[in-house]
Design a binder for this molecule. Structure first.
Ligand SMILES: Cc1cc2nc3c(=O)[nH]c(=O)nc-3n(C[C@H](O)[C@H](O)[C@H](O)COP(=O)(O)OP(=O)(O)OC[C@H]3O[C@@H](n4cnc5c(N)ncnc54)[C@H](O)[C@@H]3O)c2cc1C
Length: 425
């Protein structure tokens, strides 16, 4: 690979036909698709992947706690947050989950389905990252690793070359793909490169916000979460109808932690929650709590016994202890159901169905599995992922204003966008 200084524009020679900035899942699948297509069409293409890291795809390697929730059988635009909710449709249609599983098989790997359509790679995240890198190299793609990208300058005239500035000198190519991810989880390489490049390129960037990140509690609620650390219950978390994302309600498992709430329910709600908003939590969403409390023949049972049939005992005790003062004094948990007034019964039902909390904050980008925001999709073709105003420039994956739900949707978007652009390059 030749090293040039920025002062040699007259002797510019392309370093590759296609420069893919970012060797994450989106960049690598794009490279592999473009290389295979070029081979089929007998039009050889030099493809160079550039990454700041010496190890490509660090987020992919850590995905799903190392198990890699690589796709979801239900992948469709409704599972993505974007200012343009239909933007993902064409790329998702082009690479449905079944076709991604064929690609996976072609890499010598397989996946198995778990709950809610989630597919996990049987050989794990590391194996998938390695297989993808190996397949790219076998298809003739080259990697330039440990090379942070700091700038992208479009060609001055039609048919000219992009200049990609890196810490070790510029690179030149007629086509450039932005696959640099998002600021989520900086310890795994997340950063703000896309926001900076958008400014240089004159593209609109929607400010990034952490998504799929834990909720941090304070005061008595934090105390309660700490006491229950490690406990997980299926719950329904919802935001007020009047809130910015009113109407959002998520039923999934909720995990108590030393800093507050995590698990799929809290992570998924965090993508919508805004600071200061209260969250309403139903700790037994599948149960008709008032009916259970009034079951015929159970009048002699203690209230806490019946509540313990709905949720773990530790949680029952914690919620009983948090009853409003007027009820706490009446020791509702120790009383028989038949002795309780209607108001007392309602108070008991509410400790299960209506736990209202206002998180202090979220764990932010540091623990966010994804980020919403990114390059405004209005500037890109939903079919080819090519920029409408800068021909030859493409953007993929989390670099774009597309954030998926928990469950394999983010990786599926990385694959689908990489695959669509790989066909168009
Ligand atoms: C802990 C964790 C677990 C996750 N688990 C799952 C899961 O199980 N299922 C799922 O669907 N999603 C999961 N995700 C989300 C998923 O990993 C991302 O959505 C996906 O990796 C995005 O792919 P990408 O290629 O767009 O970006 P990235 O994977 O972020 O890749 C971007 C690449 O660009 C490089 N780069 C960044 N800046 C520069 C620069 N300035 N110069 C050069 N190179 C640069 C980075 O080093 C990186 O290699 C998880 C995320 C995290 C953090």
């Amino acid at each position: 690979m030749s090293e040039r200084s920025t002062t040699t524009p007259l002797s510019q020679q392309p370093d590759a036909d296609i420069l893919i900035l970012g060797a994450g899942p989106a960049g690598m699948l794009c490279a592999l698709t473009a290389a295979r297509r070029a081979k089929e069409n007998k039009t050889p293409r030099e493809i160079l992947l550039v990454d700041q890291d010496r190890t490509p795809a660090r987020k992919l390697r850590a995905s799903g706690g190392g198990r890699c929730n690589c796709t979801n059988q239900n992948a469709s635009p409704e599972h993505y947050i974007s200012a343009n909710p239909r933007f993902t449709a064409q790329a998702l249609k082009r690479l449905p989950p079944a076709q991604f599983l064929n690609l996976l098989q072609g890499l010598g790997l397989s996946a198995s389905q778990e709950d809610q359509g989630k597919m996990f790679c049987d050989q794990g995240a590391e194996a998938l990252a390695l297989a993808l890198e190996k397949a790219c190299r076998k298809a003739g793609c080259r990697f330039l690793l440990g090379r942070p990208v700091v700038g992208v300058i479009p060609p001055k005239e039609k048919g000219g070359l992009f200049t990609v500035d890196t810490h070790h000198g510029p690179l030149f190519a007629p086509r450039v793909v932005l696959a640099l991810g998002s600021p989520a989880w900086p310890a795994l390489g997340g950063g703000d490169a896309i926001a900076r490049l958008a400014g240089q390129l004159g593209l609109t960037h929607i400010p990034a916000r952490p998504a799929l990140t834990p909720l941090v509690l304070s005061g008595p609620e934090l105390q309660l979460a700490r006491e229950l650390t490690g406990l997980s219950v299926t719950s329904r978390l919802s935001l007020n109808a009047e809130s910015a994302c009113g109407g959002v309600a998520i039923t999934d498992s909720l995990l108590f932690t030393h800093q507050g709430l995590s698990g799929p329910a809290a992570l998924r709600l965090s993508s919508y929650w805004r600071k200061g908003e209260p969250i309403s939590i139903d700790l037994a969403p599948e149960a008709d709590v008032p009916a259970l409390l009034r079951q015929p023949g159970r009048g002699k049972a203690l209230a806490r016994t019946i509540l313990s049939e709905l949720m773990p005992r530790r949680l029952v005790e914690a919620r009983l202890a948090a009853l409003p003062k007027e009820f706490a004094a009446r020791a509702l948990g120790d009383r028989r159901i038949a002795e309780l007034s209607r108001v007392e019964m309602d108070a008991l039902a509410n400790i299960v169905r209506e736990w209202r909390i206002t998180p202090r904050t979220t764990a932010g980008m540091a623990q966010a599995e994804a980020a919403s925001g990114g390059l405004d999709t209005d500037a890109f073709s939903p079919k080819t992922l090519q920029c409408k105003t800068i021909p030859g420039l493409f953007a993929l994956g989390e670099a774009l204003d597309v954030a998926g739900d928990l469950g394999g949707y983010n990786l599926h978007w990385a694959w689908a966008s990489g695959y669509a652009a790989g066909h168009a390059l």
